[in-house]
Design a protein around this ligand. Structure first.
Ligand code: PLP
Length: 476
């Protein structure tokens, strides 16, 4: 099928893969096809392992020469997006995930590139406490024993494991000794290691919330048997359905975001926390608790971690990516001792000692608490401005979830998400559609956009908010 778009480009829409080829003057069909396939993999529409149609079939669907498709497949195979084996279909490779992809550079096709950065999952980078971090590094390096410069325990430096156990007990109600803490290169790396151990033990895929971080889901699907979606409603994950999921699929691990569901922002109700723990005890299972932004609650003290209810049945994931910076790549797991050992055995070498000791210093000296308090005030005001922007804009538009975290879900009137995303691209507003976070096997749901209100720097925030208001005015 070929149609004319308002921008004057020809679009060919493929039936099976729903590829949308934007062919413009000076940009060949093969480039359009490779771009469309990369986009489909990146966005999760083509998950890892998916078999692609034969080159002959796709060429026929799209009305292209077969060599164009053969060349595009070969190029993407060389780049590592696809894998090809003699006599077998070409498949989507198990690509290394990036939790939140970098902004796309302007290419003249999709609008001006990123002008207003509202991608979810990031703190305001200008808030990074450079002076405090630098002082922590100086103090840590001066105080480190000689042994710190040798190969160490891959699970992490004892100073940091102890500091984390103390901090997490105080702030998140986590109950664990330092031997249960494993320091990782971000929560994502922790989840990757843990998932390897769990799938080896259980032989079944993890259950995941039907809306969740796409990069984590894709990573899990690439590691073991496919993930299984667990339904959500207005009170969070429907954990009472876990026994049925286990009966149907054999799953004995569930990944939850109890403090602040990602991306809906709804905390898990107490009864549902207890149901998850009861299921884990009954099924000999484990609750994997992603506490990615648990310190950032704005209306009250955050609810403690599920881990505190059942340390023997919980695998807790934490990160410095929100309070400090994702670029540090510092995260932690808190696990039952046997799991901590199994995960540490899979670590190649662990995290660099200077960063570990600096973080331990920041935690022990109160610098981390100070940073969280400062950031909390900053983001609370931004969220309030966002809520005020959306309020009264019309039926079907509302900010979902509790006052917490670094992002918010804005629900949109049915059928408007694609249009809003398109308009956002044209105007250089980077944000994500709710659909991108939906598990491929979950039922269809509401339309929405996920807005990272923490991402812009202080000077960029008001411009970003105005641009978002203009986008919403078109649908309100
Ligand atoms: C749901 C969720 N979990 C975990 C993380 C943290 O990942 P990492 O520590 O690897 O940066 C993020 C980051 O954005 C996230 O959105």
């Amino acid at each position: 099928m070929t149609s004319q778009t308002s921008s004057g480009s020809r679009r060919r829409v493929g039936a099976d893969l729903h590829l949308d080829l934007a062919v413009t003057a000076g940009r060949g069909v093969r480039v359009a096809l490779t771009d469309a396939l990369r986009d489909a993999v990146r966005s999760g529409r083509l998950p890892a392992g998916t078999a692609l149609p034969s080159s002959r079939g796709l060429a026929a669907d799209l009305g292209l020469a077969r060599t164009t498709v053969v060349d595009a497949y070969a190029e993407l195979t060389a780049e590592g997006w696809l894998t090809a084996r003699q006599g077998a279909p070409t498949r989507v490779a198990a690509t290394v995930p990036v939790p939140h992809p970098a902004p796309r550079p302007a290419d003249g096709r999709d609008g001006p590139g990123v002008v207003h950065d509202l991608r979810p999952g990031r703190p305001d980078a200008s808030m990074f406490p450079r002076a405090a971090w630098w002082q922590a590094v100086r103090r840590a390096v001066a105080a480190a024993p000689d042994a710190a410069w040798d190969y160490g325990d891959p699970a992490g430096r004892p100073e940091l494991r102890t500091a984390l156990a103390t901090y997490l007990a105080r702030v998140r109600g986590v109950r664990a000794g330092p031997e249960q803490v494993v320091v990782t290169a971000g929560a994502t790396e922790g989840l990757r290691l843990l998932a390897g151990v769990l799938t080896d033990r259980a032989g079944a895929g993890l259950a995941v919330e039907e809306l969740g971080l796409h990069a984590h889901r894709r990573m899990l699907d690439a590691i073991g048997p496919p993930t299984v979606p667990l339904a959500l409603d207005d009170a969070g994950a429907r954990t009472a359905e876990l026994p049925d999921l286990t009966a149907a699929t054999g799953t004995r691990a569930v990944l939850l975001t109890p403090a602040h569901q990602f991306p809906t922002g709804i905390p898990l109700r107490p009864a549902r926390r207890t149901a998850a723990v009861a299921w884990a005890r009954e099924a000999d299972g484990i609750v994997v608790e992603d506490d990615y932004d648990g310190e950032f609650r704005y209306d009250r003290r955050p609810v403690g971690a599920v881990q505190g209810l059942a340390p023997e049945r919980a695998a807790y994931l934490g990160t410095a990516s929100k309070a400090l910076a994702p670029g540090l790549r510092l995260g932690w797991l808190v696990l039952p001792v046997d799991l901590a050992r199994a995960v540490a055995a899979r670590m190649a070498g662990g995290v660099g000692v200077v960063d570990q000791l600096a973080l331990a210093d920041l935690l022990d000296s109160g610098g981390y608490d100070r940073q969280v308090r400062t950031a909390r005030r900053h983001y609370r005001l931004r969220r309030e401005e966002l809520v005020a922007l959306v309020a009264g804009r019309g039926p079907g538009l509302r900010v979902v979830g509790h006052p917490a975290g670094l992002h918010a879900l804005i629900e949109l009137p049915d059928g408007t998400e694609a249009g809003v995303l398109d308009a956002a691209r044209q105007r250089g507003v980077a944000l994500e559609g709710l659909g991108a976070f939906r598990h491929p096997r979950a039922a269809a749901g509401r339309d929405g956009i996920v807005v990272g209100f923490a991402t812009p720097s202080a000077s960029a925030w008001s411009g970003a908010l105005t641009a978002l208001g203009d986008l919403l005015a078109a649908v309100g």
